[in-house]
Design a protein around this ligand. Structure first.
Ligand code: 6GU
Length: 224
C-alpha cells in the first residue's frame, strides 16, 4: 500500500510513522508513506496557502489552488482508490472502515488546518471524509497518523503471530480481555489461576467470558 499525505506540518507526522510497527511495515516494503508539504504549491512567494473566509468571520480557510495543484500533481503518477479528507465532521473512524481501507493500494490523505479547506475541494476531489472522534484537534495531522497506523497494521504481513490483530479489541466487536505476565504473584496480587492451569480450552473460554463481561460493562453499545 502507498499513502500520500498533503500537509502543512510534515514534522508532526514523521515521528509517529518512524517507529515500531509502522517502521517495520515500511522496512518490509508493505507500506510506503510519502509526505508532501502543501507550501510547494503556495500561491505566492510568501508561501500563502490560506485566506480569509467569504462572508466574514474569524479563522482562515485553506485555498483551492494549492490543494487542487497538489492533488493533480500527485494524480499524474497514480490513480487513488480514495482521496480522504481528515475532518471532525467526517464519518467516524472505526475498525470496519480501517479493515476496508487496508485492502486498498493507493490512498491520498489531506490534512486540514484553521477553519478547514475550501468546500469546493471537498466537492470535486475528496471521495471520503474521516473523523477520529467527537473532539476537536488543531489539525488533521494527528488524525492522519492515527489512520495510517490503524490501517497499516492490518495490511497482510505487517503483523506477526506475536502482534496479531485477530484478538484486538473491536476486531470481533468485543473489547480485549485482561492480560498478565510474570510474576504470578506481585505483592500478593495474583494472576487468575486458570491462566496458570495449562488448559488451553479453559483459558480460551475464560478470555471470551472476560471479553464479554468487559464489553457489557464498558461498551454495551458494541453488543447491539
Ligand atoms: Cl480528522 N481533524 C481535526 N482537526 N479534529 C478532529 C479530527 C480530525 N477527528 C477528530 N477531531
Amino acid at each position: 500500500m502507498r499513502i500520500d499525505i498533503i500537509t502543512v506540518l510534515p514534522e508532526l507526522l514523521e515521528s509517529p510513522l518512524s517507529h515500531s510497527i509502522m517502521k517495520r511495515a515500511q522496512n518490509k516494503g508493505l507500506l510506503e508513506v510519502h509526505l508532501h508539504h502543501l507550501r510547494q504549491w503556495a500561491v505566492n512567494e510568501y508561501g500563502q496557502i490560506d485566506d480569509y473566509q467569504y462572508g466574514g468571520g474569524a479563522g482562515m480557510v485553506m485555498m483551492c489552488e494549492p490543494l487542487a495543484n497538489a492533488i493533480e500533481h500527485l494524480q499524474k503518477d497514480r490513480k487513488y482508490d480514495e482521496i480522504i479528507y481528515l475532518t471532525p465532521d467526517g464519518e467516524r473512524l472505526d475498525q470496519k472502515i480501517a479493515n476496508q481501507l487496508s485492502l486498498k493500494e493507493n490512498l491520498l490523505f489531506i490534512c486540514g488546518h484553521y477553519k478547514g479547506i475550501d468546500e469546493r475541494i471537498r466537492e470535486h476531489y475528496v471521495t471520503k471524509e474521516i473523523s477520529i472522534g467527537d473532539y476537536v484537534l488543531s489539525g488533521g495531522e494527528l488524525a492522519a497518523a492515527v489512520l495510517v497506523d490503524t490501517v497499516g497494521r492490518l495490511i497482510p504481513g505487517v503483523l506477526n503471530d506475536e502482534t496479531s490483530a485477530l484478538f484486538d479489541s473491536f476486531q470481533d466487536e468485543l473489547l480485549a480481555p485482561p492480560v498478565y505476565t510474570r510474576p504470578a504473584d506481585f505483592r500478593g496480587w495474583k494472576v487468575p489461576d486458570i491462566l496458570l492451569s495449562g488448559d488451553l480450552k479453559k483459558v480460551e473460554e475464560w478470555r471470551y467470558e472476560q471479553a464479554l463481561k468487559r464489553t457489557e460493562e464498558r461498551r454495551p453499545d458494541l453488543l447491539k
